[in-house]
Design a protein. Structure first.
Length: 124
C-alpha cells in the first residue's frame, strides 16, 4: 500500500471557519464606524451652536447699550435648525446677556448657553 505524503494547505472547513471569523470582525468594525459617525455629527452641531451663540454675544457688544434687548430667532446651518434666544437682564449699570441655542438631534433636544456682562463703558 502506497502512502501519500503529507499535503500542506487548508481544508475547506478551515477556510470557511476563517471566513466566518473575519466576517464577524468586520461587523464589529461596522458598529464602531456607526458610533463614530454619530459622535462626529454631535460634535459638529455643538460647534455650530457655540459659533451662533458667540456671534450673538459679539453682536451685543457692538450694539448700543440701550438697544440690547431680549430676542429670539430661528436659524438653519448645514441642514440643522437652531433656535437662538438672547435673554437680557439688567444688573445695576450693566446688562447680563445670555444666549441660549437649542436644536434637535437623534438623541433628543440639546442646548448650549453662553453669557456675558455688558456695560455702558464696553459699548461706548
Amino acid at each position: 500500500m502506497k502512502r501519500l505524503g503529507s499535503e500542506d494547505g487548508f481544508t475547506i472547513i478551515e477556510t470557511l471557519v476563517a471566513m466566518v471569523l473575519i466576517a464577524i470582525a468586520f461587523l464589529g468594525l461596522a458598529g464602531v464606524h456607526t458610533v463614530s459617525a454619530k459622535a462626529q455629527s454631535l460634535g459638529n452641531n455643538l460647534g455650530l451652536a457655540t459659533h451662533l451663540a458667540d456671534q450673538r454675544i459679539e453682536e451685543s457688544l457692538r450694539t448700543s447699550f440701550d438697544s440690547i434687548v431680549t430676542t429670539w430667532e430661528l436659524e438653519e446651518r448645514e441642514g440643522v435648525s437652531f433656535t437662538v434666544v438672547r435673554i437680557v437682564s439688567e444688573i445695576g449699570v450693566a446688562k447680563k446677556v445670555e444666549v441660549l441655542v437649542l436644536w434637535n438631534e437623534r438623541l433628543g433636544l440639546r442646548s448650549i448657553t453662553l453669557s456675558s456682562l455688558v456695560s455702558q463703558v464696553t459699548n461706548a
